[in-house]
Ligand binder design. Structure first.
Ligand code: ADP
Ligand code: MG
Length: 689
């Protein structure tokens, strides 16, 4: 009998998924069969013919055909159980290890031929095959040249579990009616939805995969753009009633600043100032590369709101950044002798203090409110919120931005972002916003000097840092991990700090910072770093967004190969924020050629836009086998840069449909309308843009 599985069905309708497995899937955000079907591969792999042992190369994923010489031996290391042995293949052998899979000792029979496929790692002189998957020889032959989906995994979730669940879901899937009207599908040459879902997971061949992917990418952009248009048209029909007049405070602040605004800052400020005075609600994106000076514009706008007896709020993604902005703002008020009271609202404040601050917000006593997501919590009520600003917008969802706006009565909104996307794309992606670009860095800045080095360079790097410190400067060192791990080999903050403390004289203070620390510990460390009581700060990427310590001149990034280019550019943006020459040293943890080429892009350019462009060129548009831009504009399947042409088509198609049928009320748009409603409820939420 054939049971039809509905997309809304809970995952445990599938065989083999019980309570425990369900929780694992939940961790990856998969609750229903529909979620599962929409859990797209992040890339595809092809399996190559097995190679000879002498052709194994460090860092690559390769297969060898051979047998295990002796029964595997098992040893314990901390929480881990390591199974190790030797694979013999002709006259050569290679070491092999598996973590936490002790049962292999019984299942992998010595002297039986298998194909082992995994990552080759070089330790000292010896090559090891790490955590290889095991195939019987015939099975592997079948797999060669088939496209293998690669899924984003969370701990506990394996590719095998996903494949099993997906096969069932797809086999039992209720063929749904396509929500795109057929004339649109024809015109855009789009595959049918059911076909797309099936072929994205289990592609028949590469053409089928491309067709499937193009359809799903189109859908994702299309729905997103329609949703934005909805938000925008809701806003356009209403006019703002609160008048925000110009204030003389602006000039007095500008006179007090230790610098003059750049031409680009002035231009964007005039736009904001002008729009604040208008009756129409402002909704503006300020795009500017790291260090272009976005913060001061936010401050000027906040003061303008405060000077008009109203409130302005600034929301940022981390506590460290919130505190930094709060302190900088207070400092500015003091220097300019301005009376506006600012408050800092973050999640980690003691309950009593939080209550006090909320009272000040509600009574209107506080006119400038700076904080994290805490600003949009239910219990916070504002007195007269007329301006909301989000900084580092790419860390928030569209929904969160809207949630802050809903705290006021149609307040003006400004969002700030350093995401380097070309204007043509920004206009589509932020379709509900007008876009301003700060395309100029302060003239006083010297370009950051970069280098990409191997780990053997560390001694020299430390000596260099020491010299900078002797001149009164400070340094950041970034490690990918918080603490040691058996599974991932990368530098960690804790051990690194110990090592560096032992290396430097005591007069150089070395401290660390990472996301698992308590909020007040983090704050204390940042405060001391800001005051130069700490000279070297060893940190994970918590430091990445927005932190501003202009006295820091060195950024050293360990295991640079582990970060995406956009992320590395953001990290590097923590230095070069003052007048002194700054440096960025990227340390490579392996000598993989592809990594070297990617890092070279950063080495040669300090311009976020150019980096994004070159990165795309290196990967090639539509390259599904390469590395995705991580952490930026993370659509589920679409890649803003690589799929720019599809985005353009989707945008044009959306405009046409809305012109023809603005409310999507006609018969042929019935299903699209339903899909859009559900997308606006669920899909938008998970999208950081
Ligand atoms: P971002 O755009 O990355 O948020 P910030 O607003 O934090 O950059 O500014 C970075 C640094 O540059 C800050 O120390 C700020 O005081 C300084 N700055 C801002 N504008 C100028 C300017 N026109 N000239 C010189 N320094 C400036
Ligand atoms: Mg900033």
């Amino acid at each position: 009998m054939c049971i039809v599985i509905k997309e809304e069905a809970s995952l445990d309708i599938l065989k083999g998924i019980g309570e425990k497995t369900k929780l694992v899937f939940q961790k990856a955000g998969i609750e229903t069969v529909g979620d599962l079907l929409n859990y797209y591969p992040r890339a595809y792999d092809t399996f190559e013919e097995p190679v000879e042992i002498e052709n194994l190369a460090d860092g690559r994923i390769q297969a060898v055909c051979g047998f295990i010489e002796k029964t595997l031996s098992i040893r314990h290391a901390g929480r881990f159980q390591i199974a190790s042995g030797k694979i013999r293949c002709g006259s050569d052998t290679v070491a092999v290890v598996w973590f936490n899979m002790p049962y292999l000792r019984n299942t992998v029979k010595p002297a039986l031929r298998y194909v082992f496929r995994g990552r080759v790692k070089k330790k000292g002189q010896q090559l090891t095959l790490e955590q290889p998957a095991i195939f019987d020889v015939f099975q592997y032959e079948e797999k060669v040249r088939q496209l293998q989906p690669v899924y984003p995994l969370v701990s506990g979730l394996t590719a095998h579990m996903l494949e099993k669940a997906l096969r069932q879901a797809i086999d039992g899937m209720d063929l749904t009616r396509d929500y795109l009207p057929s004339d649109l599908r024809k015109e855009q040459e789009l595959a049918e939805y059911n076909f797309a879902v099936q072929q994205i997971h289990f592609p028949k061949d590469i053409q089928a995969m491309h067709l499937a992917r193009r359809r799903l990418v189109f859908d994702e952009f299309f729905l997103f753009i329609l949703a934005l248009q909805r938000l925008k048209s809701a806003r356009e029909t209403v006019f703002h009633s609160y008048e925000i007049e110009k204030t003389p405070d602006t000039d007095s602040i500008l006179r007090q600043l230790p610098y003059k605004l750049t031409g680009a800052q002035q231009r964007v400020w005039h736009q904001i100032e002008g729009e604040l005075q208008q009756k129409k609600v402002m909704a503006r994106l300020i795009q500017g590369d790291v260090g272009s000076g976005k913060t001061i514009l936010a401050f000027l706008a906040l003061v303008q709101a405060a000077a008009n007896q109203a409130q302005g709020a600034l929301m940022v993604p981390t506590e460290v950044l919130a505190r930094q902005h709060f302190e900088a703002f207070q400092d500015l008020m003091e220097r300019c002798h301005l009376p506006y009271q600012a408050v800092l609202l973050t999640g980690s404040l003691p309950a009593k203090e939080k209550r006090k601050i909320c009272e000040q917000i509600e009574s209107g006593q506080a006119s400038v409110i700076i904080g994290t997501h805490a600003l949009i919590q239910e219990k916070v009520t504002y007195h007269q919120l007329v301006l909301v600003i989000t900084d580092e917008q790419h860390r928030f969802g569209v929904k969160q931005r809207e949630a802050l706006a809903y705290k006021g009565e149609l307040p003006h909104t400004v969002v700030m972002s350093a995401t380097p996307i070309p204007r043509t794309l920004a206009v589509i992606l932020y379709g509900d916003l007008d876009v301003s670009v700060i395309d100029e860095l302060p003239a006083s800045r010297l370009p950051i000097k970069n280098c990409v080095v191997g780990t053997s360079y560390r001694k020299k790097a430390y000596a260099f840092i020491q010299k900078e410190i002797q001149q009164g400067h400070q340094a950041y060192i970034i490690c990918p991990m918080v603490e040691e791990s058996e599974v991932i080999e990368a530098e960690n903050v804790i051990d690194y700090t110990d090592r560096l403390r032992a290396h430097y004289p005591e007069s150089i203070r070395v401290e660390y910072l990472h996301g698992k620390m308590k909020a007040n510990e983090k704050n204390e460390i940042m405060e001391r770093f800001l005051k130069n009581e700490i000279q070297v700060l060893i940190s994970t990427t918590v430091i990445e967004v927005g932190v501003n310590v202009p006295n820091a001149t060195v950024m050293m990034i360990e295991n640079a190969e582990r970060f995406g280019l956009a992320q590395l550019h953001q990290l590097r943006g923590r230095v070069g924020r003052g007048a002194a020459q700054s440096y960025c040293m990227m340390v490579r943890g392996n000598d993989n050629q592809a990594v070297a080429e990617r890092l070279e892009i950063l080495n040669k350019s300090n311009d976020g836009f150019e980096i994004a462009r070159k990165d795309l060129k290196l990967r090639g548009p539509g390259d599904l086998f390469g590395i995705r831009q991580s952490g930026l504009l993370d659509f589920q399947i679409a890649d803003v840069f690589a799929d720019a042409d599809v985005m353009q088509s989707a945008s044009e198609a959306a405009a046409r449909i809305l012109k023809e049928d603005p409310e999507l009320q006609s018969e042929k748009h019935l299903y699209l309308q339903k899909k859009l409603t559900s997308y606006m409820k669920n899909g938008l939420e998970n999208l950081n843009i």
